[in-house]
Design a protein around this ligand. Structure first.
Ligand code: DGY
Length: 322
């Protein structure tokens, strides 16, 4: 049908979104069940107005240069470190993301990891399934209380703040570090206290990461910073894997200079530092931060809206180019 934008999707979206795409665009979708290689991605964008892609797709200068008529790259994620936004901007290609709709869902995931690792939920599950559980015992799988513990939130954007609100409801003490300190009104509304990073690491029982990944945040949590954490503290990461030096983390966990970790993201997904698979004090999940049916559907609606608006020559609602 004429005037419909042509769209390439690097993988299927929830069914309602596929229907909306069918109703409003001429689209093609990667149905190989794996990520496209770089040359496949280049080939795919050659003929389309819009690319809908995932955080697993590296949309670099070569991809962006493959089609002079490409209008928009709509990332199905709030993070967009997989896209070379500077080159896209030079080439007048809009880049969009999916903020807000996944904030609560991702904050819930951070809390799920906090509870799982502190209350040894996964270890308990494994014990029961092993059929070696002999019944209640006073010293069995003792964990750490959440109530009264201090959580250090690193990064107080939307998701960090949503975690702070939840932490307050669990009656935790909340300290935070952010590149830019929040205004006093927001601090007092959230009931949270600003700390320098080293102070936060030294005080917190749980350190939860909520930063975008960039050159500045690469390995922000390195060996030196891990060594500032308490031996009883847990590291929680639902942001991006490479914010943490994963080898240094393994060392800290092995040497028990920290108590454990709850990790939803990894430095080289889907590969992990091999020792992590074996550690009982680590809960590992496969990048599930935004993974609920409702949220993934809302994210799909957003990427489609961004594509349609950009292809019509207008400013898409979630433009990230500066
Ligand atoms: C995001 O949107 O950046 C999340 O990591 C996806 O789950």
């Amino acid at each position: 049908m004429p005037n419909r934008p042509t769209v390439f999707l690097t993988g299927p979206l929830p069914p309602e979104c596929m229907q909306r795409l069918a109703d409003s665009t001429n689209f093609q979708v990667n149905s190989l069940g794996r990520d496209l290689t770089k040359s496949e991605l280049i080939e795919a964008v050659r003929q389309v107005d819009a690319l809908i892609c995932f955080l697993t797709d590296k949309v670099d200068a070569d991809v962006l240069s493959a089609n002079p008529n490409l209008k928009v790259v709509a990332n199905y994620a709030v993070g967009f470190n997989n896209i070379d936004v500077a080159t896209a901007t030079e080439r007048k290609i809009a880049v969009t993301n999916t903020p807000d709709v996944l904030t609560d869902t991702t904050a819930d995931m951070a809390c799920a990891l906090i509870f799982s690792v502190a209350r040894r939920v996964v270890e308990g599950d494994r014990l029961v399934r092993s059929r070696r559980w002999n019944g209640w015992a006073p010293l069995q799988l003792l964990g750490t209380d959440i109530m009264g513990a201090t959580i250090g939130i690193i990064g107080t954007g939307r998701i960090g703040r949503a975690v702070a609100e939840r932490a307050k409801a669990f009656r935790m003490n909340v300290v935070y570090w952010n590149r830019t300190r929040l205004d006093p009104e927001t601090e007092s509304k959230l009931g949270i206290r600003y700390c320098e990073l080293g102070e936060l690491l030294g005080e917190s029982d749980f350190v939860s990461l909520h930063l975008a990944y960039s050159n500045e945040t690469h390995h922000l949590i390195n060996a030196a910073r891990l060594s500032q954490m308490k031996p009883s503290a847990y590291l929680i990461n639902t942001a991006r894997g490479a914010v943490v030096d994963e080898k240094a983390l393994v060392k800290a966990l092995t040497q028990k200079t920290i108590a454990g970790a709850g990790l939803d993201v990894f430095e080289h997904e889907p590969a992990l530092e091999p020792e992590l698979y074996e550690m009982d004090n680590v809960v590992i999940t496969p990048h599930l931060g935004s993974a609920t049916t409702a949220t993934r559907t809302m994210m799909g609606d957003m990427v489609i809206e961004n594509c349609l608006v950009a292809c019509a020559g207008n400013r898409p609602p979630n433009l990230v180019n500066t």
